[in-house]
Design a binder for this molecule. Structure first.
Ligand code: GLU
Length: 308
């Protein structure tokens, strides 16, 4: 007799319906002007089991990866340059500061604390090999395209918007160059960073990316793209640093390796089980989607997803 799957579709629909109104408690990121245009009331969540994709709400609305890209550029840098080279330039400790803070660069051990904050991610970008920005970005896009099994592009408007206004990231990058944590040309590395942040996805893509991590680097087509060792490394960073300086609270409330971005997406991976994703552009003070965090907490409780 065939075993019936749990009513995931019903759970997701109920989750979106019950939590969408929390958007009123947050604000859409405005420091990248182009992001300001997003409707704050959008909300969606998606879950992938080994059998099927389930989704509810605004799961097909395109948005940019922003900080979620840091997970995949880190995988590319680790794969291409090796663990030792990467961790010579970036540390592995969480920070209590905001994602774009500059303060610890000078006061701590003279390298960015971890690859999930902007300073660390910019240092990691500088390690991605290639003769041009296009070639280097191509390595990140190729990884995403293999996982998602479709062509992947960037949102040119968001890219230009951040390029024109990303003065704090420029300051971080120049500081990194000064302390020998950034390889190559500062402007080229920043260009790569801004472009990777502008990669376009939707909520279902995030769930697929989560499933890839949950399956220890194996694609839906059964190809082992990244070694389980490197996947373990990045998912550990997701637990300790993936939700900015709210990672500790998220670990207690939700307990799933996750990474969020300022456009409102959250990618989560339940090891060996599911890829889960949430989207809601209104953010809390720490930069996490208000609705997204609440929806993931609800799903974690309903399905007993905490890894702890
Ligand atoms: N592109 C954004 C920035 O560098 C990414 C920040 C984020 O999503 O946390 O400010």
């Amino acid at each position: 007799m065939a075993c019936r799957e749990y009513d995931y579709a019903g759970l997701l629909a109920e989750t979106v319906a019950r939590h969408r109104h929390y958007a009123a408690q947050g604000e859409v990121a405005s420091y990248i002007p182009e992001l300001r245009k997003t409707d704050p009331t959008l909300a969606g969540c998606a879950l992938i089991t080994p059998q099927a994709l389930y989704e509810a709400g605004d799961t097909r609305y395109p948005f940019t990866l922003q900080s979620i890209s840091k997970v995949f550029s880190l995988l590319v840098a680790l794969e291409q340059r090796g663990v030792e080279t990467v961790f010579a330039k970036v540390g592995s400790e969480p920070t209590g500061d905001s994602f774009n803070s500059i303060v610890k660069l000078e006061t701590s051990e003279q390298k960015p604390l971890n690859p999930m904050i902007n300073a660390g991610a910019i240092a990691v970008c500088s390690l991605i090999p290639g003769d041009s920005v296009e070639e280097r970005l191509g390595l990140v896009l190729k990884l995403l395209e293999k996982i998602l099994d479709r062509p992947v592009g960037i949102d040119e408007h968001v890219y230009h918007s951040e390029q024109e206004t990303g003065h704090r990231n420029r300051a971080l990058a120049h500081f990194l160059k000064d302390i020998d944590c950034l390889e190559g040309d500062v402007d080229e590395v920043l260009d790569l960073y801004f472009r990777q942040c502008s990669i376009l996805v939707d909520c279902t893509d995030l769930a697929r990316l989560g499933m890839f991590l949950a399956q220890k680097g194996v694609t839906a087509q059964g190809e082992q793209l990244i070694s389980p060792h490197l996947i373990r490394l990045v998912t550990t960073f997701m637990v300790t640093c993936g939700m900015y300086n709210a990672s500790g609270e998220f670990a207690i409330q939700v307990g799933i390796p996750a990474k969020s971005g300022v456009s409102g997406g959250i990618l989560a991976a339940v090891p060996g089980r599911f890829g889960v994703a949430a989207f809601g552009p209104a953010l809390d003070k720490k930069g996490n989607s208000v609705v997204g965090v609440r929806m993931l907490r609800h799903l974690s409780q309903a399905l007993d997803l905490s890894i702890f």
